[in-house]
Design a protein around this ligand. Structure first.
Ligand SMILES: [Zn+2]
Ligand SMILES: [Zn+2]
Ligand SMILES: [Zn+2]
Length: 330
């Protein structure tokens, strides 16, 4: 089902008013938005990012990977920075330090701790207090990450992400990952949009032929006084007749209830057009119950008061792929 707002978005992409829907990342908060999509979609369509993802899932839009963003699981802020941290206490205050080990007693301490000028020489082991003639002979040195908070010494620090908002240090796998993409109209989406718009035009022509004043992509007052977006609204002055029409590739029960709600507020007759010629069984019985007139768009662009009940048309891409391979094979 494609809502009026979604069809508006698709048609803007189709005629080039919108070239693509790219993400905008707020520099302050790190929040991701899709301004081009948000501008044309209706509030009732839900979050633009979800609409775009759904359309991409239906292969109507193509997505191109932009970047990945990570959100803090504790405060939900975006903007996590990479940090090395202490594997024992998660403190990011670990410093790579050169350590010396006194071979005789096994005491390990930072280089500087041995440098104390002792009674018997320049270098003294801080563990056993033995004077050392030379570092080279009596000590072995290595580098360790030393935690300034808990004293832990490790060869390799842990990889962590630090939230710039709540300063929490978290394991990367705990972060909420978000993939940001740019969205373009796919070839299948282009064909789909053309069909939906042609179907809408057919309804407009049919209603105008019956002396209706027709408005496309408009709103009607809903039951709660809130205006509802509809594909087509038509009014006939003489009898005060009103029609609200919805166009769907394969109307489901949600499409029927949305249309019903829209017509209740406007006291209009509901008209439902299927561009695939098919409608879901649940939607069909719901339509029958609520006197929704069902129409089918025929290939020549004419409308027919007939429809089939059946499952959602099989995957569009597979169908087109089949077509393509058939052409290639010929
Ligand atoms: Zn020692
Ligand atoms: Zn530590
Ligand atoms: Zn946080």
């Amino acid at each position: 089902m494609v809502s009026p707002g979604t069809l508006r978005l698709l048609s803007h992409l189709e005629d080039g008013r919108i070239e693509e829907c790219g993400p905008r990342i707020d520099e302050e908060t790190g929040a991701v938005s899709y301004p081009a999509a948000a501008e044309v979609l209706d509030a009732s369509d839900g979050p633009p990012a979800e609409v775009l993802e759904r359309l991409a899932g239906r292969e109507l839009l193509e997505r191109e990977f932009e970047e990945k963003l990570y959100r803090c699981p504790d405060c939900e802020a975006e903007g996590l920075g990479y940090t090395t941290a202490c594997p024992a206490c998660d403190s990011p205050h670990t410093v790579e330090t050169e350590l010396l080990e006194h071979s005789d007693c096994g005491h390990v301490a930072p280089h500087a701790a041995f440098e104390t000028a002792g009674e018997y020489g320049e270098y003294v082991c801080p563990g056993c207090k033995e004077a050392l003639p030379s570092f080279d002979i009596n000590t072995s040195n290595y580098r360790r990450y030393v935690c300034r908070d808990c004293g832990e010494r490790v060869k390799r620090p842990a990889h962590r992400l630090r939230c710039q908002e709540c300063t929490r240090v978290i394991e990367p796998r705990r972060a909420i990952e978000r993939v940001c993409c740019r969205y373009f109209l796919a070839e299948t989406g282009e064909r789909f949009t053309e069909t939906q718009l042609r179907a809408r035009e057919s309804i407009v022509e049919a209603l105008e032929a019956k002396d209706f004043d027709v408005t496309i992509d408009t709103t009607v007052p809903g039951p709660g006084g809130q205006r509802r977006p509809v594909h087509v609204h038509a009014e006939e002055e003489f009898f005060g007749d009103q029609v609200v029409a919805a166009i769907h590739e394969w109307p489901d029960a949600d499409a029927v209830s949305a249309l019903r709600t829209a017509t209740q507020g406007a006291r209009a007759r509901p008209l439902l057009l299927t561009t695939s010629g098919s409608i879901g069984p649940e939607a069909a019985s719901l339509a029958e119950e609520s006197d929704v007139a069902l129409l089918t768009l025929r290939e020549d662009g004419t409308l027919e008061r007939d429809y089939e009940t059946g499952a959602e048309p099989s995957d569009r891409t597979t169908f087109f792929q089949r077509l393509t391979s058939a052409v290639r094979g010929a």
